[in-house]
Ligand binder design. Structure first.
Ligand SMILES: Nc1ncnc2c1ncn2[C@@H]1O[C@H](COP(=O)(O)OP(=O)(O)OP(=O)(O)O)[C@@H](O)[C@H]1O
Ligand SMILES: [Mg+2]
Length: 285
């Protein structure tokens, strides 16, 4: 055995398995909204599934929300790998999320599960200098193993969301069409602007995604559509996700909607979103 082999083995021992650099350069997209229940987790899981199944991308989902809904949506309690938690990695030095990334039942789709102690992690991080960089640093090696990394953010603009925006290249903003939902969008876009001016100048908005749209309510939709176009114009994605009863059913069953019912409205809308996002990110599909 050469000295080089020994050195590589030593490094692996110190860093844990599967942590050698890969050959990819992931685009990192944070799925964020200040408001709760607008479809962040549904979008993270369903878009990730569309990108891996239809666009053949290698995708990592990172759950930055202590509620742990990403893992629940994939019905996997055993998504932790390596015995460590996401919180411990974010608080640690020179740690990488790839250490705990675990495969899902879907080919090409991996995930880093959250844990209930993430809220405490957030409190512990708050006293630290450079806390907003924790996720960016912990994704350095992971970025080389995937084509796309999607981050599911909690429904607030706290340290975990800010860290996600600092780690991201782009942000995807789901919004439902209620006025309250739109107020949240303005607050988020202001935060994005501040982060662009300070910690992450290359952050941009991938788009606003209209979710849970009731297609039967034409008059209401038209009024809101017009004000949305006047307010956000080019930021609006073409894809609109309609209300689909298959989505909550799929979540209850612990499966992405595409696997629950491929013919459902939800599956079709998220397939369209996958195609639009692939185009916007310039992915080779
Ligand atoms: N297009 C849709 N049609 C019908 N129901 C939906 C749709 N999108 C999401 N839902 C349902 O709405 C609820 C909230 O969705 P989801 O968990 O994705 O939102 P969230 O923004 O992640 O919420 P939180 O802020 O709590 O994390 C879930 O019960 C989900 O099943
Ligand atoms: Mg959620």
């Amino acid at each position: 055995m050469s000295m080089l082999d020994t050195f590589a083995d030593l490094k692996r021992l110190v860093r844990g398995p599967g942590i050698e650099p890969g050959h990819r350069r992931a685009r990192v997209v944070a799925v964020a909204a200040r408001k709760g229940g607008v479809g962040k987790t549904t979008t993270t899981v369903s878009l990730g599934t569309a990108l891996s199944v239809l666009s053949r991308q290698r995708v990592l989902l990172v759950d930055m929300d202590a509620q742990g809904h990403v893992a629940q949506s994939l019905s996997r309690d055993e998504l932790h790998r390596g015995g460590e938690t996401l919180g411990a990695l974010l608080l640690g030095k020179n740690r990488d999320l790839q250490e705990i990334a675990a495969p899902t039942a879907i080919d090409g789709l991996w995930t880093v599960a959250s844990d209930p102690s993430l809220n405490e992690t957030e409190t512990m991080l708050s006293a630290r200098i450079g806390k907003e960089l924790c996720l960016r640093q912990a994704l350095k090696l992971a970025r080389t193993h995937y084509d796309v990394i999607l981050i599911d953010c909690p429904p607030n603009l706290g340290t975990l969301t800010v860290s996600s925006l600092v780690a991201a290249d782009q942000v995807l903003v789901p919004c439902d069409l209620s006025t309250l939902g739109l107020d949240g969008v303005d607050a988020l876009l202001e935060t994005v602007e501040t982060i662009r001016e300070t910690l992450n100048p290359s952050l941009s908005v991938l788009g606003l995604l209209r979710t849970r749209v009731d297609r039967r309510n034409q008059t209401m939709n038209q009024t809101i559509e017009e004000s949305l176009k006047a307010r956000y114009g080019h930021l609006l994605l073409d894809t609109v996700v309609g209300i689909s009863s298959a989505i909550p059913k799929a979540q209850l069953g612990g499966r992405p909607v595409q696997l629950h019912d491929a013919e459902s409205r939800g599956a079709k809308d998220y397939a369209a979103l996958g195609a639009e996002v692939s185009r916007r990110l310039g992915l080779r599909v």
